[in-house]
Write a protein that binds this ligand. Structure first.
Ligand SMILES: Cc1ncc(COP(=O)(O)O)c(C=O)c1O
Length: 439
């Protein structure tokens, strides 16, 4: 078959990757594979496998970071729980964009939300001797499961596709009633499906967190990016929806990577509710020689992992939060481009036989944002990923995200608008080469 990328070469490179099944390859393995095919052929892929921000970093952060470096912050160890201006502006940000109250004390910088989730899993899993399992409301971000693998912690998972709205309650209770779950994790908006839990669902999650005394880890890596509502105005509704309205047992993770296009500097905020921060757990004392949840995070885990977050990056994030809080930096406006690109790309795929796998959100069409999901009739996610590689298109399989559906996660950020023409040609050829058989 005459495919845009040489078939034999793709096969050879897949073999070199030494992953038995391409559908199970991790994001970084696909990145490595596609980069090596690009290098060997000189041809460019439509790269949708990794969520690298495709926009320049927020300048307000860059300027503040340069100034901080000029002021010699590089020579001093930063406070592990964060510099005061960052803690203060974070707390203000939570009030102005979420309408929740968290003291600056509980706003702690981490080396990306990756470090935040690692610390949260570790401490949450050390609170009760009999609770050793994390529950993922999937689909989700695969690396968090890898973190648990590395730590030797257990997890359970279910695909939320069939359990939206009020159905979520019974499903969650079926896990929580067993007594082994210490925390529940989900991202909102969801990576990879871009579905967004609404207040009804967050209320259910919050009420069950209270009933079963579990910690909710709400991953807000895509804060404000449900573009169906305008979440860009400080101090004015609508606000970013959150479980924090329904329980005090929460940790929020706000990454700078996507909303501020600041992924390279590796900084995010781990936000612990006032109540959870000061809560004592007897088993924590035995396990980590400290009683309070917040102290365990700061003085045991973050101290051991990285002893704080890059000093200059903290100044950058403080300035970005301040700009947003003061209403002079519209961070949501800056990232809207992702939603606009997603709309066009989804159309290119659906006009050529593809389907959107997670296509609705509580009865409404799913929004356009950083990711979308695609399927092709009659093909498993693994097959589709494998075949698209011959057509110069890369993504990751939904199976990797805890989804039970066949299909792929497509990330829009790294695809340039001037590649849409190529994308259209390749997808059209794919559709012609693999005609959909309708009975
Ligand atoms: C849902 C989710 N959580 C966490 C992260 C990691 O964020 P960070 O770059 O801040 O470590 C990502 C990055 O893609 C993500 O999509």
């Amino acid at each position: 078959m005459n495919t845009p990328i040489n078939y034999e070469l793709v096969e050879r490179k897949i073999e070199e990757l030494e992953v038995p099944e391409i559908g199970n390859a991790s994001i970084r393995e696909i990145v490595q594979l596609v980069s090596s095919i690009e290098a060997a052929t000189g041809q460019k892929y439509i790269r949708m496998e990794m969520g690298i921000p495709g926009l320049p970093p927020a300048q307000i952060g860059v300027e503040a970071e340069i100034e901080a470096l000029r002021n010699n912050v590089a020579s001093a160890y930063p406070r592990i729980d964060g510099i005061q201006p960052l803690k203060d502006e974070s707390s203000r940000f939570l009030k102005l964009f979420m309408n929740i109250d968290v003291k600056p004390e509980g706003c702690i910088p981490t080396v990306g939300s990756m470090e935040g989730s690692y610390a949260a899993f570790l401490v949450s899993g050390s609170c009760h001797k009999e609770r050793d399992t994390t529950l993922f409301i999937d689909p989700g971000f695969p690396v968090q499961k890898q973190q648990l693998l590395v730590m030797g912690q257990k997890y359970e998972t279910f695909d939320v596709f069939d359990f939206r709205g009020s159905k979520l309650r019974d499903k969650l209770e079926s896990y929580l009633s067993k007594g082994n779950i210490h925390c529940i994790v989900y991202s909102n908006p969801n990576n990879p499906a871009w579905i967004c839990f609404d207040d009804e669902e967050l209320r259910i999650i919050g009420e069950l967190a209270n009933k079963y005394d579990v910690v909710i880890i709400e991953d807000l890596a895509y804060f404000g990016m449900d573009f169906r509502s305008d979440l860009s105005k400080p101090g004015m509704p609508p606000y970013q929806v959150t479980v924090a309205r329904y329980t005090e047992n929460y940790i929020l993770m706000i990454s700078s990577s996507k909303v501020f296009s600041y992924a390279g500097q590796r900084i995010g905020m781990l936000v612990i509710s006032d109540a959870l921060y000061h809560r004592h757990f007897p088993y924590l004392g035995e396990r980590l020689k400290v009683h309070g949840f917040g102290n365990a995070i700061v003085h045991r885990v973050l101290y051991s992992l990285t002893s704080g977050t890059s000093h200059s990056a903290q100044y950058a994030l403080a300035a970005m939060f301040k700009g947003a809080n003061d209403g002079i930096f519209n961070f949501v406006g800056d990232v809207k481009e992702y939603g606009e690109k997603a709309k066009i790309m989804k159309q290119i795929f659906t006009e050529n036989g593809f389907t959107i796998v997670y296509d609705t959100d509580q009865g409404k069409p799913v929004g356009d944002g950083f990711y979308f999901t695609i399927g092709y009739p009659g093909m498993t996610g693994g097959e589709l990923l494998h075949k698209l590689l011959y057509y110069g298109i890369s993504a990751i399989s939904l199976g990797n995200t805890g989804s039970t559906k066949e299909g792929l996660r497509a990330c829009v950020s790294n695809v340039k608008r001037d590649q849409f023409e190529d994308l259209t040609i390749r997808v059209k050829q794919f559709n012609a080469d693999f005609p959909i058989i309708t009975e």
